[in-house]
Design a protein around this ligand. Structure first.
Ligand SMILES: NC(=O)c1ccc[n+]([C@@H]2O[C@H](COP(=O)([O-])OP(=O)(O)OC[C@H]3O[C@@H](n4cnc5c(N)ncnc54)[C@H](OP(=O)(O)O)[C@@H]3O)[C@@H](O)[C@H]2O)c1
Length: 300
């Protein structure tokens, strides 16, 4: 993907999921700067209000634009579905053309059940990232455009599609032990998002889908999710590197997901914005579809 000059987006609507702070908040402001209407989603109402105000202030014109927020906890299916319904209302008429998803945090290998019987972290990181583009495409709110998922790409198969959230493994004491299981969770999350990203265009040909790894974006909250001292170490080391421009910070990174969305990129990408070849197991359409169908079932 080549980074392009800022495109005028004044006729477009953008949804930024996980945008009360960090990468998502900066992406929302970038969309507004380029003229788009923007709706942001997160849990913290105070932070969301500030992002909406920042987006409004950055916009070249506010005439006829939507700048709004939705408070939602995406760690349950009902929370996800309620947020999707709210998006449909906020963008009624013109629908949404761009979805950028940066909700959640880095995986931590911890298992916590939600009211649906699924792991909460899995529900935010994977299921909600599938649900927004999928449900909005099915309802006709997202007819054409691009979805960009910001989180580590390049997962490896095979993945047990009968236990996507590792609930069974947790019952057997084989998952949920924090640091020891962090790589398992990280790989599963990446593999699932890789799979449904590659499958998206097969299912909805007018929608482009990209899964992009941001690398370390300094100064954001996501890295603080890691267990024990790991989060402190990464936080402490990354902040000065961000300050001197060696690492991206959210505002310097924000144009990248927006460019992926507006250029209609498809596929998986590294932090250096080069394409990642999907794992052979994920390239197999049967396996990708099995993951797709398992996620559909979880939302039913
Ligand atoms: N920053 C990095 O270096 C880095 C590196 C690799 C991958 N990533 C991935 O990139 C994504 C964004 O990272 P970031 O650094 O921007 O993170 P961040 O600053 O922590 O922002 C995460 C956003 O997700 C929202 N969120 C978290 N849990 C939620 C829930 N249960 N329901 C609804 N919204 C929720 C947060 O809003 P509230 O707190 O208001 O709910 C916040 O707006 C994450 O998925 C992370 O894993 C980041």
């Amino acid at each position: 993907m080549t980074v392009q000059a800022s495109e005028d987006l004044s006729a477009k609507n953008a949804l930024c999921v996980g945008a009360s702070q960090g990468i998502g908040a900066a992406v929302a402001v970038q969309f507004a700067k380029q003229g788009a209407s923007v709706v942001v989603i997160g849990r913290s109402e105070g932070l969301l209000k500030k992002v909406v105000a920042d987006a409004r202030a950055a916009a070249p014109s506010t005439d006829g634009k939507v700048f709004d927020y939705i408070v939602a906890d995406l760690s349950s299916v009902s929370g996800i579905k309620a947020a999707v319904k709210d998006v449909e209302k906020k963008f009624s008429g013109k629908g949404v053309q761009y979805i950028v998803q940066s909700q959640g945090a880095t995986p931590n290998g911890v298992f916590a059940l939600n009211q649906d019987g699924y792991d909460k972290s899995f529900t935010v990181q994977v299921l909600s990232r599938f649900a927004f583009p999928y449900l909005l495409a099915k309802s006709g709110t997202f007819k054409e455009g691009s979805v960009v998922s910001v989180c580590a790409s390049g997962g490896k198969g095979p993945i047990d599609v009968t236990d996507l959230d590792f609930g069974v493994a947790h019952g057997r004491n084989e998952y949920g032990r924090g640091l020891r299981d962090l790589p398992k969770a990280g790989n599963r999350d990446s593999a699932c998002v890789d799979a449904f990203t590659l499958e998206f265009k097969e299912q909805f040909p007018k929608i482009n889908a990209a899964h992009i790894f941001p690398g370390v974006v300094a100064g954001t909250n996501a890295l603080r999710n890691w267990p024990g001292p790991l989060s402190t170490v990464v936080g402490v080391l990354s902040a000065p590197l961000g300050a001197v421009g060696i690492l991206h910070t959210a505002p310097t990174y924000a144009h990248i997901p927006v460019n992926y969305a507006t250029s209609g990129a498809n596929g998986l990408f590294t932090r250096a914005n080069t394409p990642v070849k999907a794992d052979p197991w994920i390239q197999d359409p049967q396996n990708r579809r099995a993951i797709w169908q398992a996620l559909e079932k979880m939302l039913a």
